[in-house]
Structures are given as structure tokens and as C-alpha cells.
Ligand binder design. Structure first.
Ligand SMILES: Nc1ncnc2c1ncn2[C@@H]1O[C@H](COP(=O)(O)OP(=O)(O)O)[C@@H](O)[C@H]1O
Ligand SMILES: [Mg+2]
Length: 345
């Protein structure tokens, strides 16, 4: 539905990939201006978070989300532009529309590709003239806002098909920013996991196997799916270590498919060409993941250390003081290393 206030708790743009750095730089720049901006990307890639981040750079005026996919039927126009009392049956009082509410701030048009053509025409007029007429009113009203629009559709194609107005497309497309799907920026996954564990967990730590499963998964639902996955793991888990059995069914299925693939290849005799199961993930988790990269027979020391820490935490059921003692290091050192390896926060 339509939301006019904070429906997302955090607007932190987590991620260390070069792509994310580019997004952060652009967000900062756009936040100091009023350029119309078009955000492109699959669902769950963070379009709304980026829109809010742009707004939050200066935080002037309201941030109004207008979910175009939920604006349907005869009340759409009055939702957007408001109505005067008695404009139609049921219009018992004056209603201020979302367009007017956004005055002085940012209007985030989510799923703009869903907006019907007649509303596109009206929106274009507001953007050009900064004026509109509430339903049933003879008087023009004024609203001036920054527009950030988002879509997971190919709007240029919609323009060719005639379902999206060319003039509105150009008006919105002053700056466009495409957010990459999570499968194309897997190096952001560990930081995102740490972020969501902080948000939803307590002292939870992810096992190497669970991390490997998450790194090799394709995440069709992108960051939203990853967030749900951590919430699920924290909810079903009883101890501080998040294990493979805590993973949601989609990831369990993914792991099962990988295992089946591995064993059927082993049975058919091509085992010599097989890489160890989960190999794509058995390297420094902060480095970009390249599933085809050859694996060294020698474990990097950092990996040994990481696994020792995980093992100690598992053994002590998450008791960090005892784990530090068993590892022969001080508690502060353990905390530093947990942070360094992004094992917990
Ligand atoms: N870079 C990011 N850092 C942290 N959380 C993010 C990031 N991008 C997206 N999220 C989270 O993922 C979920 C989906 O993001 P959202 O902006 O709603 O995606 P979209 O609008 O593209 O569908 C939200 O809960 C949001 O908080
Ligand atoms: Mg969205």
C-alpha cells in the first residue's frame, strides 16, 4: 500500500563492492540536488533504500512513497491528487493527495511502470508546471518535490510498446541508476549478513558451511531474500551458531541439488575433474567469489584462524570468554578477530 512515513527501519547502504561504492557516491551527489532520478533493478535490490538515502542526505521535507502497483481503481486519482468535499459519493471530507503531501520533499514513485497512461499524463503536468487539480476542484494547487522513480521493468521497451509515455520517460530519466542483482555482487554478501545479524540476532555467528551455501546461492529475491533468510535462521535457531540446518528451505534445496550434482558426477567416474563440494566458497570470504578459480591445496593462515575461532565458539556453545581462553588469546583479541572475519558484531 501507500506509505507516507518510515516503513523501513534502516537506510544503511551496506556493501563493499565497487558497484556499491559507485552507488554511494552517486547517492551523495544526488542528495544535494533535485534531479529527477530513475532507479532500475530487480525486486529486492535496494531501490527504495537508495531513494530514502538520497532523500536523507539533506532530509529536507517529507519522504513520500507512492506505490504505483497498489494504486488501482477509481480512487487512484484522488489518492494522488486529493479531492474536495462532495467530489463524488463518499467524498465526505476534503482529502489531501500524496502529490501535495510531498511538497518540499521527495516523492518516491515505486513501480512507476504500473502507472496507467492517464495518470502518467497528469504526473507529467505536475512535474512540468508544479501544478495539479484535486478531483472535483476548479482551482489549481501547487506542489514542488524531487521525484525518484523505481521500476523493475524495461521502461524503454514500454515506451516502444506505447504503454509508457515517452515524454514522461525522458523527464524521469535525467539520472538513471541500475542496482545490480545480488548474484552479481556476491562480495557484498558477508557484510550484508553481518548487518542483518546485528539487526535481527544477538550474538549469532554463521558457520563456514552455512556461509558457503549462502555464497553459492543465486538469491533471486536479492537482498530482501537474504534479509528474510537471516531472520529465519535467527528465529529457528536455539544457540548462537547459525548452522546449515537453520537455513530456509530454498537454500536447503539448493544445497541438496549441489550435493546430488556432486555425487552423480562422482558416480559417473568424472570425480577427478570434480572440485570439492562447496569449493567456490572455501576462500577468503571478503574476496570476490569466482566459482571457477582454481583452489590451492594450502589453506591460507587467515582461513585456519577463522575456522579455529568458529570451532572454539561451537565447542563452547558461543561462550566467547571460554572460547578465547581455549584459543589462547585475550577476549579483546577474539572480539577484534570476530569483527575482522565478519563472524559477529
Ligand atoms: N545496500 C543495502 N544495505 C542494507 N540493506 C539493504 C540494502 N539494500 C536493500 N536492503 C534491504 O533489503 C530489503 C529490500 O530493499 P528494497 O529497497 O525494498 O528493494 P526494492 O525496492 O528494490 O525491491 C529492505 O528490507 C532493505 O532494508
Ligand atoms: Mg520495492
Amino acid at each position: 500500500m501507500v506509505a507516507t512515513s518510515e516503513t523501513i527501519r534502516s537506510h544503511v547502504l551496506v556493501g563493499q563492492s565497487p558497484r556499491n561504492h559507485h552507488v554511494l557516491r552517486l547517492v551523495e551527489k544526488l542528495g544535494h540536488g533535485r534531479w529527477p532520478t530513475l532507479l532500475l533493478g530487480e525486486t529486492g535490490t535496494g531501490k527504495e533504500v537508495v531513494a530514502r538515502s538520497i532523500h536523507n542526505v539533506e532530509s529536507s521535507g517529507p519522504f513520500v512513497t507512492i506505490d504505483c502497483s497498489s494504486l488501482v481503481g477509481p480512487l487512484m486519482e484522488s489518492e494522488l491528487f486529493g479531492h474536495v468535499k462532495g467530489a463524488f459519493t463518499g467524498a465526505v471530507a476534503l482529502k489531501v493527495g500524496l502529490i501535495e503531501t510531498a511538497h518540499g520533499g521527495t516523492a518516491f514513485f515505486d513501480e512507476i511502470g504500473e502507472l496507467p497512461l492517464d495518470m502518467q499524463a497528469k504526473l507529467l503536468r505536475v512535474l512540468q508546471e508544479k501544478e495539479f487539480r484535486p478531483v472535483g476542484s476548479l482551482l489549481q494547487r501547487h506542489s514542488d518535490f524531487r521525484i525518484v522513480a523505481a521500476t523493475n521493468r524495461d521502461l524503454a521497451k514500454e515506451v516502444e510498446k506505447g504503454t509508457f509515455r515517452r515524454d514522461l520517460f525522458y523527464r524521469l530519466n535525467v539520472v538513471s541508476l541500475r542496482l545490480a542483482p545480488l548474484r552479481d555482487r556476491k562480495e557484498d554478501i558477508p557484510a550484508l549478513i553481518a548487518h542483518f545479524i546485528t539487526r535481527y540476532g544477538k550474538n549469532h555467528t554463521l558457520t563456514q558451511e552455512a556461509l558457503e551455501a549462502m555464497l553459492s546461492y543465486e538469491w533471486p529475491g536479492n537482498i530482501r531474500e537474504l534479509e528474510n533468510c537471516i531472520q529465519h535462521m535467527v528465529a529457528v535457531n536455539t544457540g548462537p551458531l547459525l548452522h546449515v540446518p537453520d537455513l530456509p528451505s530454498m537454500l536447503q534445496n539448493h544445497l541438496a541439488a549441489k550435493r546430488a550434482q556432486y555425487f552423480s558426477a562422482a558416480a559417473s567416474g568424472s570425480a577427478t575433474s570434480l572440485k570439492p563440494l562447496g569449493e567456490a566458497l572455501a576462500h577468503d570470504h571478503r574476496a570476490p567469489v569466482d566459482p571457477n578459480a582454481p583452489r590451492s591445496p594450502v589453506l591460507p593462515l587467515s582461513e585456519v584462524e577463522r575456522q579455529a575461532i568458529l570451532g572454539a565458539l561451537e565447542f563452547t556453545n558461543g561462550d566467547r570468554a571460554v572460547a578465547a581462553h581455549l584459543l589462547g588469546i585475550g577476549r579483546t583479541t577474539l572480539y577484534r578477530k570476530l569483527k575482522e572475519y565478519q563472524l559477529a558484531v
